[in-house]
Each structure stands twice: as structure tokens, then as C-alpha cells.
Write a protein that binds this ligand. Structure first.
Ligand code: ADP
Ligand code: MG
Length: 288
């Protein structure tokens, strides 16, 4: 390619126009176009298409970085057989369809520690970001802390409004938030503000029965639960800790190797579904 005024100014022009992909690829593409005699519009279209697709990728990477999801927790890495009460098809449909997000419907995941709630929530967040949605995941106590600071600065409404840009807000470990009048009423205000507009996913060890310990008073607890469940999909994950089961499985396969006489070792990792109590139904609109 001969050095012309155009080739000299192109990098500056493309940088000013914020077209980093075209800026990177044009020398190679132009050389090829000249050599193979591409029509000018073919060259232009090829460069534009690449810019657009890389722009989309960069956007997804930015949104992933902002979402604070746990690393490596994807749906593909999630063993649905370990949680018989959880329908893989249902979860896959949720990450495909956007009607629930448009309507601000919620997801609630309940189960004991280690049952996979954080993994599932992170995986749902990851899939949604791949499809162009914005997600933020936070430990509920951290977010409540942040709202509390905003409230002290008389900026709670603005802080809650900032979270509006996220189609889905994942509040992990709601049950670890402890009662403190000011803090948890900030949480209530967040739930009210997003009601029927913006979706929330909550994970918690206990279904609603223990939530009196979270909100300042019974009336606020009932009001919060009512808003959360009015349009909600509930995942009940009453299985034994996945970590513990994995540890048992590893231990048992180790002893199989050590003790090669015993080929008939019984399965140790049966899921014990304990306390399968259904959460209180406050509305008829709960899909499970
Ligand atoms: P919880 O949030 O319910 O306490 P986590 O989601 O943190 O549980 O799960 C604990 C660990 O076990 C994580 O490393 C997670 O990836 C893994 N895990 C839990 N359930 C599953 C599952 N069904 N398939 C694959 N890994 C799982
Ligand atoms: Mg967790």
C-alpha cells in the first residue's frame, strides 16, 4: 500500500470516531481489497460489520466486569441432577425469554448453605449479560450498607435510581442481613422502588418464615414479601451441600481405589431433602 495523505490521517480519524476495530484492521483489509479487486462497498461493509460485532463483545465484557458475578459459575457447569426440584428447562427458558424482565418479575432461590444458590444466581446473571441485559450481583449486606451510606447523605432515592440501569439485581444471602431499623428499611425501599418495574433475584437460606429477623417490624416484613412474591418464580433447592457431597464422593472413590476388594460400595451421596416446607403463599401468582 502506498503512503498517501489518506493512509496517514486514517488512524487519527478512526480514533476520533472511536472505531478501534476498523483502525486495527483497515491496513490488512485494504491491501486484500486492492489485491483481490473488492468493490469499495464490500470493503466498507466488512469493516463496519467487524466493528459492530467487536463493539458488542466489548460491551458484554464491560457489563460482565461491572456485574461482579462469581467466577466460572455458569449454567453449563451447574449439575442440575444434584437439585431434583430445579427444572433445567425452566431455568433455560428464563434466561432465554425476556418478558419476565420487561415486567419486573422476580426470582427467589431458597436452600441451605452449599445447595448452589450463589452458583445458580451467578449463572443466570452471566447468561442474561450474554444476551445484552445488565445485571448486578451483590451480597445483600454489602448493598444494604451502601444504601445506608447513601441515606446518611440524603441520597437514598438517587442511589436506588442508579440501580435502575440493571435489568436484574441479584441480592445474594438475604438471610445474613441482620435487623437494624435504618438499614433494613432501606432494603425495603429498594424492593418497593423496583416492584413491577425492575427484577430482583434473591437467594436466602430460609424461606419467608425467618424474615422477621431481617426487617424492622412484622408489617414491613409482610409488605416486602408480598411485593417480592407477587410476580415471582421460586426455586426450592432443599438439597444437601454440594461441597459436602463432592467431598463424600471423592472420599468414597479414594477408598474404592485403596480397597479394591470392595467393588460394591454403596452410594454415599444421596440427597437428603430436609425441611421441605413450602413458603407461605401470599399471592396466587407464584410460579414454581
Ligand atoms: P450456596 O450459595 O447455596 O451456599 P454455592 O452456590 O456457593 O452454594 O455452592 C457451593 C459450591 O458448590 C460452589 O463451588 C458451587 O459452584 C458448587 N455447586 C453447588 N451446587 C452445584 C451444582 N448443582 N452443580 C455444580 N456445582 C455446584
Ligand atoms: Mg451463597
Amino acid at each position: 500500500m502506498s503512503m498517501t495523505v489518506e493512509t496517514a490521517t486514517l488512524p487519527t480519524l478512526l480514533t476520533a470516531l472511536r472505531l478501534p476495530t476498523v483502525a486495527r484492521l483497515w491496513p490488512e483489509f485494504c491491501t486484500r481489497a486492492d489485491k483481490e479487486g473488492w468493490p469499495a462497498e464490500r470493503l466498507l461493509a466488512a469493516l463496519c460489520e467487524l466493528e459492530l460485532s467487536e463493539r458488542e463483545q466489548r460491551r458484554i465484557q464491560r457489563h460482565l466486569a461491572a456485574a461482579r458475578l462469581p467466577q466460572g459459575k455458569t449454567l453449563d457447569a451447574f449439575d442440575f441432577l444434584a437439585v431434583p426440584t430445579l427444572s433445567q428447562a425452566r431455568v433455560r427458558a428464563l434466561v432465554e425469554g425476556d418478558s419476565w424482565l420487561q415486567a419486573g418479575h422476580n426470582l427467589l432461590a431458597f436452600g441451605p448453605p452449599g445447595s448452589g444458590k450463589t452458583h445458580l444466581a451467578g449463572a443466570i446473571g452471566y447468561e442474561l449479560i450474554q444476551r445484552g441485559y445488565r445485571v448486578l450481583m451483590a451480597r445483600t449486606s454489602d448493598l444494604v450498607q451502601r444504601l445506608q451510606v447513601a441515606r446518611q447523605d440524603l441520597a437514598l432515592t438517587q442511589e436506588i435510581a442508579k440501580l435502575d440501569k440493571f435489568d436484574l439485581l441479584i441480592l445474594d444471602d438475604l438471610s445474613y442481613v441482620r435487623k437494624d431499623q435504618a438499614e433494613t428499611s432501606a432494603l425495603f425501599e429498594l424492593i418497593s422502588a423496583r416492584y413491577e418495574r425492575r427484577s430482583i433475584m434473591i437467594t436466602a437460606n430460609q424461606p419467608f418464615s425467618g424474615w422477621d429477623a431481617i426487617f424492622p417490624d412484622r408489617a414491613m416484613t409482610i409488605a416486602a414479601i408480598d411485593r417480592l412474591v407477587h410476580h415471582a418464580t421460586i426455586f426450592e433447592m432443599n438439597v444437601e451441600s454440594y461441597r459436602r457431597r463432592a467431598a463424600y464422593a471423592a472420599a468414597s472413590s479414594l477408598s474404592d481405589i485403596e480397597d479394591d476388594r470392595d467393588k460394591q460400595q454403596p452410594e454415599k451421596e444421596t440427597a437428603t431433602a430436609k425441611d421441605n416446607s413450602r413458603p407461605a403463599t401470599l399471592s396466587s401468582d407464584i410460579e414454581t
